[in-house]
Each structure stands twice: as C-alpha cells, then as structure tokens.
Design a protein around this ligand. Structure first.
Ligand SMILES: Nc1ncnc2c1ncn2[C@@H]1O[C@H](COP(=O)(O)OP(=O)(O)O)[C@@H](O)[C@H]1O
Ligand SMILES: [Mg+2]
Length: 731
C-alpha cells in the first residue's frame, strides 16, 4: 500500500508531538528522503519505529472500531487520502458511540470532530493506523505502567537473585519433612532400625539450622527490596505530581488524586508480595510434581485434577468478583473525596452551619460503600462455598483413595509413602489455586496502575529546562491579541486583549468579577500556556522563557495566600533559603509587616501554624507581600491582595505600595479603585475584552464602566476622598 506523504506526515507529526517526540514534517522528509508524493506504507512504518512509535495499519468496520477503546490515538484514513486523528471515544451518546477526532491538516485552529456511524461510513475508508509509543525498558521518560514498574524491580537484580536463591533453598528444606515421615514409617518402624533413626535425628538438627539461616536471609532481602522500591516510588510520585500544571489540580478533586496515588503502594506490595511468592511457589510445583508421580501416579492425577477444578472455580468467579470490587473502590473514592473536602472546607462548613448537611451526604456515601462491600462479600461467598468439596477431597479423598491403594497392593504403595504424598500434595496444589487468584488480583492491579497513571502520566508542565531563556528580566510586558479559554468549548476568558506595560510602571487592572483580571495574571505566570496571541516579557516570547526563571522574576500576592507551618522568618525567606536576617527585616519593613512582627513575643521566630491561623488576615497578607519581595522580583502582581482586608490593614498596605513599587513593574488588580488612582495606567476589562486603558483622570473623563464604579464607591465621601488620595501622577 502507498500513502500520501504530506497527509501521512501531517497526522504522524501530530501524534509524535503528543507522545513527546519533537519533530517536524520537513525534518522527517529530509531524514528519510521522502521526496516523492507517495511512499510505501512499510517505509513509513519503519520510520515511525525508529522514532519509537509502533504503527499498525488495519482495515476496520464501525462495529469493531468501538472496541478499540485503549488503542487511541489512531489515524483514520479519509476518502481523499488524508487523515483524521481519532483521539478517543464516547461510548454512550444518544446516537450510539461517537469517535472524537481532529483534523491534523487544519493547523493551529484544529477543530474537534465527532464521528458517529453515519459520518464515519461516509467520510472514512475504514483504513485505520493504530499508533503506540514504545519505550525501551531503561528509558526514564516512559510513562507509569506495568512495564515501568517491572523495570524498577529489575533495578534490584542482585537482591532479586538472592531472594530467589534463598527461596529455592528453603523450598528444598521444606521437602524434607515428608521424606522424613516416609523413611521413618516405611524403614525405621518396619525394620526397627535404630541407626537410621539416629541419622534422621542428626539430619533434622542440621536442616533446622540451615532453614533458619535461609529463611532469615530471604525475609531480610525481601524487606530490603520492598523499602528500596518504596523509597524510589515515593520520590517518583512527588516529583511527578509537582511537575503537573496547576489546572490539573483545579480539574481534579484533591481527595481523588490522593486516593489514586496511594494505589501505588498496593501495586508495589502485590509485585513484591503475592506475585513474587506465587512465582517462587511455581518453582516448587515444578520440583514436587515429578516426586508425586514417582510416589503414585493415580493419586497424583487425582490431586492435580481436583486442584485444576478449584483453580477454574476461582478463575471463573474472578471477573464477577472483580466487578464488585471495582464498585467498592469507586464508592471508597467518593467517600474519601468527601472527607478531604470536608477538612479543607471546614471553615465554610462551620460558618454556614453545614455540618448536618455534610453529615447527611456522608451518610449516603457510607451507605453506598457499605452496600458495595456487602455485594462484594456476597458474591465472593459463592466460589468460596462451591470450592469446599474440592478442597476437602484434595485432602480426605486422596487419603482414603491412598489407603485403598495400600490395601489392594501393599508392596506398591506403603503407609509412609501415602503420608509423604499427602504432605507434598499440598505444596503442589496450593500454588495452582493461588495462580488463579493471582489472575484476579492482576485485574485489580491493572486497574490500580491505570488510576496511578491517570495522575502521574498527565502532561507535565513544559518547563523548558535547559532550553528556555534565562536572561535577566527588567519588567517590560506586552500582550498582543491575546485570547484564551480555560477549556475547549468554554467561553473566552480573554478576548483579543492587547496592551503594553513599560518597565517600572504601575498598571492597575479593574473590571467586574469574572471579567478576566486574574486570568491575565495567570497567563503572565505561564500557568495556562494554551493561549492565542503573543505575550512578551522584555521583548522575549513568554513561551520561550524558562518557567522557573520566569516565576522567580514574578512576585505574586493573591487574595488568599498559603503560609506554611514554620516560623515567620522561614516563611518570609522560603524562596531564598540563605537569606540573611537583615534581608528578611528589610522586606518585612517594605511590606509594612515589621510593625506587628516586633510586637509578637517571639518576633521573627514566632511559629505559624499551618495556614497561619494564629494571625489576622491583614497580618497574613503583609507576610505574603514580604515573602513575594524577598527575591526582589522585577515584576510584582497583586491580585485583590487587599480586597478581603479591613480598612486599616488596607490603608497600611496602600501606604507602602509606592515604596514597594520602586524599581519594579507592578500589576495591581483591585476592584477598589482608591488603590489604583496612582497607577500609570489602568486596564478596564469587561467580559474578557479590553474596554479601555488610561490613567485615572482619563478614564474618569471618558470610560463609563470606570465612572460608574468610581461614583458607586465614592458617593458619600466623594469630595473627602479626592482630597486625600488624588495625588495625580500625570498632570
Ligand atoms: N481555573 C479556571 N477554570 C475554568 N474557568 C475559569 C478558571 N478561572 C476562571 N475561570 C473563568 O474565566 C473567567 C474569568 O475569570 P477571572 O480571570 O478569574 O476573573 P476575575 O479575576 O476578573 O474575577 C470567568 O468567567 C471564570 O468563570
Ligand atoms: Mg480574580
């Protein structure tokens, strides 16, 4: 088959970029000499493989396509030879399943296309190319998956080897008691052989000592491996979590993230516990089964047959039980989310007297969880009951059958051998049943891996570490035609906004609630990179600047600022660990915080509890300002920093504002216009659009929104206020 190069590469580059492989059409054409219009599919598949993407072309009908589920992204060939990229599927819409696709050729204005059966059949040829990123086992960038975990386990190769060795030794020792009883019953008792008994005694003592040593080492190695892997997983988790963009946390409830992440330990204990154990036990089976056959093949077949029946029962019910188990997990997660939310929102719950309501919701969730658990227990009870006869038969049945065989032909099968058989038989049947159980657990674990993966595999923030610009920033800002929405389909939060802020000036931002004020500050910090248009800092495109560098150059004080538990001094200096005490005091003075800090009995060494509940709102805010100033940032953002404060605290901060503003660019968002009067320029935002920009005097003269708000805020004290604060900048 031949494919059109332009169409194919367009779609392929899109998929490659999404999986973290940076490339362009031109680059690929050059590297793989794709000069013709068309290229054989095999060549293109080979190219993709070299880049780490496995492509699998197939011909598919609509009915089958809905079963692709995990296989996205995939390329769908259209009748004109171009491709759509299928990104996912919604299974239950009124029109039946719908594929979500996008048009790779459409460039930056990619549109989401929903394909139902009719459209699919009309537009697509049915040729589909599945794409899957392949990682080498040692690749650090590979996403969280079973493969990743196995690669982590393999890092402990030597420990694993030692565990295996110790396990095999203990296993061999555990074979001894059956052999012992066989020898004692068949030889010692029958022949009255005291010398054999004495040898046996010596052997027992020796074996006990060896078994202790081997058992000790095995448990020790297991512990070593478990703790090492735990350590590595913990580091990995926090690392990945911190690298996620802010909006990931805004979209997902904290409790859910937490409970998903905690699954990683379940996975670890499965791998180093049950899986390893069953693996080792299967080695035992391989050793024991031949011995069993040697002892008596009729009994061996009987026992193995029964064990397989048991395994089948366990396996058959595994799926049903698994489904119930999923329901339990989901119910537990809802419970957990509710609990975490109640803790975070406790202030609001108390002040709105919502305790009763929260408790009611909690009751409902607990009931759901209890119900799910009960359903699980009830379902799990069935296989447990059905398996009883088989379990009993394995022991008693074999015993009776063996006794019969001994009676029939005492020379072929003796009492001692029967004893040994019963004891060994157990060692062989248990692992077989465990294996079936393991398959069920594996399903759960796969689920757990997906849940952990849904957090840690989320697209991390583009930090541009190593490639981003780290030039010193002086604080000149330009927005050109910036538009932004928080989610596809959401209304524009910013709509074609352009303005400029010269270095070292004071920009006020006003507008109604929801008009996009905070959004401007968020874009500036690189928190939401998917905006259109260009934002420049000192003439550099914001997207080119190293994110860490950018953020250290921007101080931010919001309405609510999180203070960590620790002393006041630690909190102010948190972004600059080696800050001298005089630096701390300087910024505290600048922020107007020194005055109250010095009145505290322990001054700068006063401990703050988490969230600084032992300070007033105004005090917290002043600490937050001091903290933002410690790195002496060329740009400072105050987003409604004083809006929640009492008049006195606000006045204190306002009084310091001009001093704080010295030598830096300030963006001050406030709906209290008194704070913005001194600004060089004031942005007036309305529903995401820039309504006007100008000084206080200009806006007062010409802008309706501004006039309206100014008059509302100053109706009673208009004259007075004017006297006090209007020290116009531009006159
Ligand atoms: N994190 C977010 N996720 C989704 N939508 C948001 C988010 N933050 C703000 N918005 C929406 O964007 C618009 C502008 O919000 P924002 O910039 O916070 O307004 P302002 O700060 O002026 O009150 C609002 O309509 C709001 O609903
Ligand atoms: Mg806001």
């Amino acid at each position: 088959m031949k494919l059109n190069c332009t169409h194919f590469l367009g779609a392929f580059v899109h998929i490659a970029t999404r999986t973290g492989i940076e490339t362009t059409q031109d680059e690929l054409r050059r590297a793989y000499a794709l000069v013709e219009d068309e290229a054989p599919a095999d060549t293109l598949i080979g190219m993709a493989r070299e880049l780490g993407i496995e492509l699998r072309p197939m011909q598919i009908e609509w009915r089958a396509i809905t079963q692709l589920q995990g296989a996205f992204p995939a390329m769908l060939m259209l009748r004109d030879g171009s491709f759509l990229i299928a990104e996912g599927m919604v299974a239950d819409t009124p029109q039946g399943p719908v594929i979500l696709a996008r048009d790779a050729g459409a460039g930056a204005d990619e549109v989401d296309i929903a394909l139902d059966q009719q459209r699919f059949e009309r537009l697509c040829t049915g040729d589909v190319i599945l794409a899957k990123r392949r990682y080498r086992l040692n690749e650090s960038a590979q996403p969280f998956s079973m493969r990743w975990i196995v690669s982590q386990l393999l890092l402990e190769k030597t420990v694993l080897r030692d565990i295996g060795l110790a396990s095999i030794i203990t296993t061999i020792f555990s074979l001894f008691p059956p052999v012992l009883s066989m020898i004692v019953l068949d030889r010692v008792m029958v022949n009255h052989s005291y010398s054999t008994l004495a040898v046996m005694c010596g052997a027992v003592v020796l074996l006990i000592v060896f078994e202790m040593i081997a058992g000790y080492s095995r448990r020790l190695y297991m512990e070593v491996m478990a703790t090492r892997i735990d350590g590595r997983l913990s580091l990995y988790l926090l690392d990945r979590m911190l690298s996620l963009p802010l909006d990931f946390f805004e979209r997902n409830p904290t409790g859910l993230i937490q409970s998903k992440l905690s699954k990683i330990y379940q996975i670890r204990s499965f791998l180093t516990g049950k899986l390893l154990q069953t693996g080792l036990d299967l080695v035992v089976v391989a050793i024991v089964v031949p011995i069993l056959f040697y002892l008596n093949w009729v009994l061996t077949l009987t026992v193995l047959g029964l064990a397989c029946m048991l395994a089948l029962i366990v396996y058959y019910y595994a799926e049903v039980v698994g489904k119930r188990f999923k329901a339990v997990v989901a119910a537990e997660q809802r419970k957990n989310t509710h609990l975490v939310e109640s803790i975070y929102g406790i202030k609001t719950i108390k002040s709105l007297a919502l305790e009763g309501r929260r408790r009611g919701e909690w009751d409902a969730r607990v009931a759901q969880s209890v119900e799910a658990r009960f359903a699980l227990g009830r379902t799990a009870n069935i296989p447990q009951t059905i398996s009883v006869p088989f379990e009993r038969l394995i022991f008693s049945g074999t015993f009776l059958l063996g006794a019969y065989l001994t009676l029939v032909d005492p020379s072929a099968f003796q009492a001692g051998s029967l004893m040994a058989f019963i004891m060994l038989g157990n060692r062989a049947t248990q692992p077989i049943i465990q294996l079936a159980q393991l398959m069920q657990d594996y399903g759960e674990i796969k689920e757990a891996i997906e849940e952990v993966g849904s957090v840690v595999n989320a697209q991390p923030e583009q930090t541009r570490i190593g490639t981003g610009l780290r030039q010193p920033i002086s604080g000149q800002l330009t927005f050109s035609d910036v538009s932004f929405r928080y989610a596809p389909g959401a209304p524009l939060a910013l709509d074609d906004v352009s303005f400029e802020v010269p270095t070292g000036t004071f920009l006020g931002v006003m507008g109604r609630s929801g008009s996009g004020k905070t959004t401007i500050t968020r874009l500036l910090q690189g928190l939401n990179p998917q905006y259109e248009g260009i934002i420049k800092v000192d003439g550099m495109d914001l997207r080119e600047i190293d994110l860490q560098h950018l953020r250290t150059c921007i101080g931010v004080v919001g309405q609510e600022n999180f203070l960590f538990s620790g002393t006041i001094r630690e909190n102010i200096g948190i972004a600059k660990p080696h800050a001298s005490f005089s630096e701390i005091v300087r910024v505290a003075q600048l922020a107007g915080a020194e005055e109250f800090i010095e009145r505290l009995p322990q001054g700068y060494d006063t401990m703050l509890s988490e969230g600084a509940a032992n300070l007033s709102g105004g005090q917290r805010q002043r600490l937050a300002i001091a903290r933002a100033l410690i790195l002496d940032p060329p740009i400072l953002i105050l987003d409604e920093a004083t809006s929640a404060l009492d008049a006195e605290s606000e006045a204190i901060i306002n009084a310091n504002l001009m001093r704080i503003a010295q030598g830096r660019t300030i963006i001050c968002v406030s709906h209290r216009l008194a704070m913005l009067v001194a600004a060089d320029n004031i942005l007036v935002l309305e529903k995401g659009r820039l309504d006007d920009i100008g000084s206080h005097q200009e806006l007062l003269r010409r802008n309706e929104i501004y006039q309206h708000m100014w008059h509302t805020q100053n109706r009673s004290t208009e004259v007075m206020n004017f006297d006090r604060i209007a020290i116009p900048h531009h006159q």
